[in-house]
Design a protein around this ligand. Structure first.
Ligand code: SF4
Ligand code: SF4
Length: 102
């Protein structure tokens, strides 16, 4: 994995990204109706490590999130999961399509 410190800085632009509060407990994964093991805990970890390629390579996962907040309502750390996913979408839209909005 190649760490890119500018990626985390980019994620903070125009949005709240509080993934650092994540305790990696797995509650979100257990509750997510999509059953995607990657999201959100592993996805957020990659983002926090500056793994730009690792995050952007998961674009199908990021766009598939329903933003239903079922995970967020039960997160013991109070992570704003849906907003974080939206932030990752903004980054994807910017990097892949040159768009500024989600
Ligand atoms: S439920 Fe919250 S604290 Fe637990 S892994 Fe998911 S985001 Fe992290
Ligand atoms: S907001 Fe996204 S990650 Fe969370 S439970 Fe819903 S579909 Fe899954």
């Amino acid at each position: 994995m190649k760490s890119d410190p500018t990626f985390l800085r980019d994620l903070h632009v125009g949005a709240e990204f509080d993934a650092q509060l994540c305790m990696n407990c797995g509650t979100c994964t257990a509750l997510c109706p999509l059953g995607i093991e990657l999201m959100p805990r592993k996805l957020f970890r990659r983002a926090l490590l500056g793994d730009r390629e690792g995050v952007l390579g998961q674009k199908d996962t990021i766009y598939s999130c329903l933003l239903c907040r079922l995970c967020e309502a039960n997160c013991p750390a109070g992570v704003h999961i849906a907003e974080n996913v939206r932030t990752l979408r903004v980054a994807l839209n910017r990097e892949l399509f040159g768009l500024a909005e989600a």
